[in-house]
Design a protein around this ligand. Structure first.
Ligand code: 6GU
Length: 416
């Protein structure tokens, strides 16, 4: 594979001489060529940037040096390279994209700096061959160089021959959409911490099953967005919602907050009346407060035909890492009574990480319907007042299913 990189800081790319990538270059598997953009700037100061048309902060990279540099790269081989332009406004880079790029014979990277490259450079290059603007994630780097190091490493290690042990490519985070299981080595006890006994058992089936379980619970806890939750929920919902088209479950984003606030207000009116107080957080909290709750909690929203019709949220208790809390379980008034609430509760219970042994939920002390539903789901009332004034707490133990091939996304059995 050939890789060309154009940058005003060629030295930034020197790590590509090292380690597996450096070895692959020596072995002739990778042909990496780094070019200095300033070699294509011909004015007295070899300038590569200028002020933005329309005003605004910072500088923009001039099109002329970029055009010349990319022409020179594209003209120096057979065919055309796939041009990748790193930038925070690009399509998200992923393992799937790395796999795709690893099959292409020639990649070129254009490392922008400052506020970016004159837009016409991308348009012009796109008349010659494929161009993809690509981002590593939702944060801002000073330039594309560090992103290119990451992308070249992710792609190059998938090129046949670059990594000796091909098996290590298969059993990996993101290769099949789940995170990797935790790993341990000697000694068996370190700072009073034992290696999980199953790994010392010699029972390979039990080890494989334990590892898969770890992958699922880790993914549910750290990256719930990776789980295909809608299938799970559909399976869990009873007959009554059979004709509610395409219920889709997803982790809430800030863009969901306004609708969620409206649904929450509607759903808590009966609670407020039953408990004779409208002065409760779901009724009074602001949009901003609701939005900032997405930080500490994983909030799930269900939509049908675009309409937000249900939600639930979960977190590890800040006071006790063995407790998984469920909160703000709600279903639109016209869709209640069909099992959607139970399914959301079960879904959230299933997101409890391995370290959690107790499930906790809280409701108004006079919310008879809620209390009945939670009891049916296996919860027991904690005697005495709940965490908040006028509420009761309910808890149940986590029951972990011991299955060899766990179904999608679940790691605790529950009644819903
Ligand atoms: Cl690929 N480039 C830059 N400059 N900033 C980024 C990025 C890329 N990905 C996230 N932030």
């Amino acid at each position: 594979m050939r890789i060309d990189i154009v940058s005003i800081f060629p030295d930034y790319l020197t790590p590509l001489d090292l380690s597996l990538i450096g070895k692959a270059r020596e072995d002739g598997l990778l042909d990496v060529r780094v070019h200095d953009l300033r070699d294509f700037a011909h004015d007295r100061h070899r300038s590569v940037d200028d002020t933005p048309y329309g005003g605004g902060a910072g500088m923009v990279m001039r099109p002329e040096p970029w055009g010349e540099a990319l022409d020179a790269v594209a003209g120096s081989g057979d065919g055309v390279p796939h041009l990748l332009v790193p930038g925070p406004g690009g399509v998200p880079f992923s393992q799937a994209m790395a796999r795709d790029l690893a099959e292409q014979p020639w990649l070129a990277f254009a490392c922008g700096r400052y506020e970016g490259i004159d837009e016409r450079v991308v348009e012009d290059s796109a008349t010659r061959g494929p161009v993809t603007v690509v981002s590593l994630g939702d944060y801002v780097l000073n330039g594309g160089e560090v992103a290119v190091l990451a992308m070249v490493e992710a792609v190059a290690r998938l090129v046949p021959g670059v990594i000796g042990n091909a098996a290590s490519l298969i059993e990996e985070s993101h290769e099949d959409g789940l995170l990797e299981y935790p790993v341990y080595t000697k000694p068996p006890v370190w700072r009073e911490r034992e290696v999980p006994p199953v790994l010392l058992s010699g029972n390979h089936a039990a080890i494989a099953s334990w590892r898969q379980q770890q992958r699922l619970s880790r993914t549910a806890y750290r990256r719930p967005d990776l789980l295909h939750a809608s299938a799970t929920l559909q399976a869990a919902v009873g007959e009554g919602l059979g004709d509610v088209a395409g219920l889709r479950l997803a982790v809430a984003t800030p863009a969901d907050a306004p609708e969620l606030l409206v649904l929450q207000r509607a759903c808590w009116v009966p609670e407020a009346r039953a408990n004779e107080s409208f002065d409760i957080p779901p009724m009074v909290e602001s949009l901003e407060e609701l939005r900032s709750s997405f930080d500490g909690w994983t909030t799930w929203v269900v939509r049908t035909a675009g309409r937000l019709v249900g939600s639930v949220r979960g977190r590890v208790s800040p006071a006790d890492p063995a407790v998984w809390e469920t909160g703000r379980l709600m279903v639109a008034p016209d869709l209640q009574g069909h099992g959607l609430g139970r399914a959301l509760l079960a879904h959230n219970e299933g997101c409890a990480p391995d370290g959690c042994t107790t499930l906790w939920i809280n409701t108004g002390s006079r919310s008879a319907g809620n209390i009945r539903m939670y009891r049916k789901a296996g919860y027991r009332l904690t005697p005495g007042p709940g965490r908040f004034p006028g509420t009761v707490d309910l808890t149940r133990l986590v029951v972990r299913r011991q299955s060899r091939t766990p179904g999608p996304a679940r790691n605790s059995s529950s009644s819903g």
